[in-house]
Design a protein around this ligand. Structure first.
Ligand code: UDP
Length: 317
């Protein structure tokens, strides 16, 4: 049976991936330091056969000798601006850089294929729209987002150097804004904030004028894309964009959420735009369509219904 390691396995994306791959019949090792993840996300898996949880921080080497991994999904990294910035910014860079080195060393030792979850943040505040993988980005190297943006850019660079010089079998995906069940209600990103604010009858916090855009992908579409990328021929390493090309302004998102959660009395309030907040973001997904026969199936309208049902329960727990 295929042995799969998922770092960041108790986080939003990781826990959804653990569930799917365990249900598909694989042996899963879920590794996390639980900084942003939570054991609650994997509570139905924790005592199941073919599943184990390892508490570990990938900043430290991890080289188990009691098993041999076939595949490593390296997802570990805080991904929400309030969690990756500020006091934790150095930790974020270390997770991206030292964490990638440690996981690449493991992949090399185990002769495992390794997939890095990189990010649309590698494009920074893009000057090209929509963003293709060939676009090299417009990143502020010393701003408050750079620990994450440059961290992931360095992680990508490490992946390709280990491929070139050490022969490691690598896959790189660039994830665009993703939402859905198992996100933390206090995650701080826009979809969870707006839904939880509306459900609690609190004001909806629009940063800046709300005209900036994002393209929102439902988690199940991402999981399907990741698995297809992991299973793709070894001459296709990426990087490949994974996102939903449906593009919305932040104001449009707020309106949609308020339409779906009516009568709570929430009003729109405007807050300062954070430094280096990208103005536009929309993936060009031609490469994924061509190479993986993948495209998202769940539009924002439908995905928001599932997310709202999840957050309704989560905030009452
Ligand atoms: N945003 C907002 N209100 C919030 C949280 C975020 O207006 O309560 C904005 C944020 O400034 C950004 C967009 O929504 O322009 C997406 O932010 P998020 O943190 O979800 O993701 P990222 O900036 O990493 O794409």
């Amino acid at each position: 049976m295929k042995q799969i390691l998922i770092t960041g396995g108790t986080g939003f994306v990781g826990a959804n991936l653990c569930k799917r791959l365990h249900a598909d019949g694989y042996h899963i090792t879920c590794l996390d330091n639980n900084y942003t993840g939570s054991l609650r996300n994997i509570e139905q898996l924790i005592n199941q056969p073919n599943f184990r949880f390892v508490e570990h921080d990938i900043i430290e080497p991890y080289m188990p000798t009691d098993c041999k991994f076939d595949e490593i999904y390296n997802l570990a990294c805080p991904a929400s601006p309030p969690f990756y910035q500020g006091r934790r910014s150095i930790f974020t860079t270390k997770t991206c850089v030292l964490g990638s080195i440690n996981m690449l060393e493991l992949a090399q030792a185990h002769d495992a294929r390794i997939l890095l979850s990189s990010t649309s943040e590698v494009y920074g505040d893009p000057k090209e729209h929509p963003q293709c993988e060939s676009y090299r980005g417009n990143v502020n190297p010393i701003g408050i987002r750079s620990c994450y943006d440059e961290g992931k850019r360095c992680a990508e660079s490490l992946m390709f150097d280990y491929q070139r010089h050490e022969g490691v079998d690598i896959k790189v995906i660039r994830i665009f804004n993703t939402y859905g069940p198992l996100m933390r209600p206090d995650d701080g990103r826009v979809v969870s904030n707006f839904i939880c604010q509306a459900l609690r009858g609190e004001d909806i916090t629009i940063y800046g004028n709300g005209e900036q855009t994002r393209s929102f992908q439902f988690i199940d579409d991402l999981i399907e894309g990741m698995i297809r990328m992991m299973g793709s021929p070894s001459n296709f390493s990426g990087p490949v964009n994974m996102g939903n090309p449906g593009e919305f302004t932040i104001l449009q998102l707020a309106e949609k959420v308020l339409e779906k959660i009516p009568g709570t009395g929430s009003k729109l309030v405007y807050r300062p735009l954070p430094q280096d907040d990208p103005t536009l973001r929309k993936p060009d997904i031609s490469l994924a369509k061509e190479n993986l026969d993948w495209k998202p199936k769940i539009a924002l309208n439908e995905g928001l219904d599932s997310a709202i049902a999840y957050f309704r329960k989560a905030i009452n727990q």
